[in-house]
Ligand binder design. Structure first.
Ligand code: CA
Ligand code: CA
Length: 212
């Protein structure tokens, strides 16, 4: 080996970092680069400089696993829509498949998009903890951190009812009813006729007293 040889690295679009300490060469590929990349070098002994010669590097692809961000706990009131993405990301696999364990029955997970959606009712009140979403890129399956979905009771249930025969009050289109009272009303099959009118808020107990 000749002493005193220096290596000149020509500027170029090398997909990585090269360093040369003649005769040793190191090459660090850029993150997630794969394929062919090259650089031109010249050697000099201080007196004579060689013509540029190309050194190329072939970087084999490495399939990275999917990864999840932090999935926040969700709280949704009855009759509100839940729409929350829990998708993983994968730098080299655009199409992931998602699945989940521990989801409430009213929640749907779209396997392709990783979107959670659904609308609970007052029958779906509860807290579902330790929900885990899994993403697969076809090679590797990765689990998310556990998260929870909590549904809260909505005391105000809006229903349309028909006014009874002989009802002489204001026109009624919709009534805002307190939840348990609404259930009582529906169970009792009170029948109010639906008329053109404004949205009114009534105490159903008062209405019932007036009707009977
Ligand atoms: Ca990769
Ligand atoms: Ca991948």
């Amino acid at each position: 080996m000749r002493e005193g040889i220096e290596v000149i690295i020509e500027p170029g679009a090398l997909a990585g970092t090269i360093s040369v300490d003649y005769p040793n060469l190191t090459f660090q590929p850029e993150a997630n680069f794969n394929g062919l990349t090259s650089v031109f070098l010249r050697l000099t002994d201080g007196f004579v400089t060689s013509a540029p010669f190309e050194v190329s590097f072939e970087v084999a692809p490495l399939d990275d696993p999917p990864s999840f961000g932090l999935l926040p706990n969700q709280t949704v009131s009855a009759f509100e829509n839940l729409s929350q993405s829990v998708a993983a990301v994968d730098i080299d696999t655009p199409d992931l498949t998602h699945s989940a364990v521990g989801l409430p029955g009213w929640v749907n997970l779209d396997p392709a998009t990783g979107l959670l959606s659904g609308t609970p009712t007052n029958s779906d009140i509860g807290e579902w903890t330790n929900i885990v979403v899994t993403a697969s890129d076809g090679t590797t399956m990765v689990d998310s951190q556990p998260f929870s979905i909590t549904t809260t009771f909505d005391p105000y249930v809006q229903i349309s009812v028909e006014a009874p025969d002989g009802y002489r009050g204001p026109d009624i289109k919709d009534l805002n009813l307190v939840g348990c009272e609404a259930l009582v009303l529906m169970a009792a099959s009170n029948n109010l006729s639906t008329l053109e009118g404004i949205l009114l808020s009534y105490d159903i107990c008062t209405l019932e007293q007036n009707w009977h």
